[in-house]
Design a protein around this ligand. Structure first.
Ligand code: EPU
Length: 431
């Protein structure tokens, strides 16, 4: 069992370089299956979800050449298998993108039902409805999703998404790249990673229009050719470090971001009395005074992102007065609150709403990373707290943050990744 040991209380000072976006990379790497030729992907984050995806590509028969730690070249011309093993796909949610990519390129795909963070029910009915609308037959059997196109291939159509879904929007885009005619997705998700996938497909010779609005049109093309593409910076990684500065104090230049993607997070930090100054592709974030309370509701982009809820909630624990957080996307995203209460936070959770009564300080404690973003929040809390915080189940955090420990140590944080024998961990409630 690995754990982060954090001695809190150091204000953060310096620069943090932001890596490529996880939720773009996990769709764009499988999209390389659609490309006839060598596809060079740059700015790939070195995180465990990406490692798994590259292993799946290898298992399917693609040639994956690692150029350096953030660049790979993928050649899918020798791929013949269209089944992704349960052992690999169950480990992360985004394995569902292999269904769309395999169906789109080879006319069939078989992928184990995806795993990932436990945030409540995580159905894929909208993905399946989208594939079926394109003419595919989809069956869930023995734990696998099997999607098969008719003999004469998929046909473009009009698809209305009952709910804005990032995964379903991107999966339908993947499946429809070669579909005959035009596919129209209405009520499409608008997240930056949706736009990044569209830009990738277009850079390889596809025809996707409207990504970033709620109507996306995909005109089927005959093939995608090879090329080079660089993944966008990670909005949530950047936001997490902004929250860390807000909670722990100090002044940090967050480098290599797209400031527009950060507006929804920046707006809340400004309300809380944090200074955020845009400087080209960087944001300079600083906090010297007390934090002010505010209310947050998570929403699809450009609303406040659910993936930033827990990290900013740590700041609300330390803000003057009472703040309210409403989760608008997932059923079960407040499990981290019990961990924060162990550190002295005052929080009341009722269904999808949590009320935070600000306290003057948090105190270090052994806590658990329940999932990726909950784990990031524990790190933020540990940096702000008095004394030592130990965060276990760090594998969740490693799924989405490249070099977290090094990046934080470079700005003055006292954080280490330490190996601990499993039997020493006594607060891991598995019951
Ligand atoms: N939904 C359905 N049916 C579906 C798909 C989604 O009812 O077929 C519902 C979900 O239950 C949820 C809502 O629609 O209530 C939105 O889900 P969405 O499909 O947008 O989520 P996702 O694609 O599974 C991605 C990110 C999540 C992020 C959400 C929302 C990836 C790999 N994951 O999930 O990221 O929280 O969008 O922005 O892109 C994370 O990075 O920590 C993370 C959990």
């Amino acid at each position: 069992m690995l754990k982060y040991v954090i001695r809190g209380g150091n204000p953060l000072h310096g620069e943090i370089n932001i890596s490529g976006a996880k939720n773009a990379a996990v769709a764009i790497i499988p999209a390389a299956l659609l490309v006839d030729g060598v596809c060079r992907l740059e700015n790939i984050p070195q995180i465990s979800d990406v490692t798994l995806i590259l292993r799946i590509l290898d298992e399917l028969g693609a040639s994956v050449r690692v150029i350096n730690r953030n660049t790979v070249e993928i050649d899918s011309s020798k791929v013949r298998r269209t089944c992704v093993s349960h052992e690999l796909s169950r480990q992360f949610r985004a394995s569902y993108y292999f269904i769309g990519a395999l169906l789109g390129r080879f006319g069939s795909g078989q992928v184990s039902m995806p795993g990932g963070c436990n945030l409540g029910a995580r159905p894929i009915d909208l993905h399946i409805k989208g594939f079926e609308a394109l003419g595919a037959e989809v069956e869930v059997k023995n734990g696998y999703v099997l999607a098969k196109a008719p003999e004469d291939g998929l046909t473009g159509t009009y698809i209305y998404m009952d709910q804005s879904s990032v995964g379903a929007t991107m999966n339908v885009m993947l499946a429809s790249v070669f579909a005959k005619g035009t596919t129209i997705i209405e009520n499409a998700a608008k997240e930056p990673h949706v736009v990044d996938l569209a830009n990738f497909i277009n850079a390889m010779g596809g025809n996707v229009m409207g990504a970033g609005t709620d109507i996306i049109k995909i005109k089927g093309v005959k093939s995608l050719v090879g090329g080079t593409y660089s993944i966008i910076p990670d909005q949530i990684e950047a936001g997490t470090y902004m929250a860390a500065v807000a909670a722990a104090g100090g002044c940090v230049r967050i480098k290599n971001i797209i400031p527009k993607h950060m507006d929804c997070i920046t707006a809340k930090l400004l309300e809380m009395g944090v200074s955020v100054v845009e400087d080209g592709d960087d944001l300079i974030v600083s906090r010297t005074g007390p934090l002010k309370h505010t209310n947050i509701k998570t929403l699809p982009y450009p609303g406040f992102p659910t993936d930033m809820q827990s990290q900013v909630a740590v700041c609300l624990c330390l803000a003057d007065g009472v703040s309210m957080v409403t989760e608008g996307i997932w059923e079960n995203r407040f499990r981290y609150c019990d961990e924060l209460k162990r550190m002295g936070a005052k929080i009341q959770v009722d269904g999808k709403v949590a009320v935070f009564e600000g306290v003057s300080k948090l105190t270090g404690a052994p806590v658990r990373a329940w999932d990726l973003r909950a784990g990031a929040a524990m790190v933020v809390a540990g940096l702000a707290a008095e004394g030592v915080t130990e965060v276990d189940h760090t594998h969740h955090v490693e799924r989405g943050y490249e070099d977290l420990v090094t990046k934080l140590r470079n700005v003055g944080a006292d954080i280490q990744l330490v190996e601990e024998p499993d039997d020493v961990v006594c607060h891991d409630n598995v019951g």
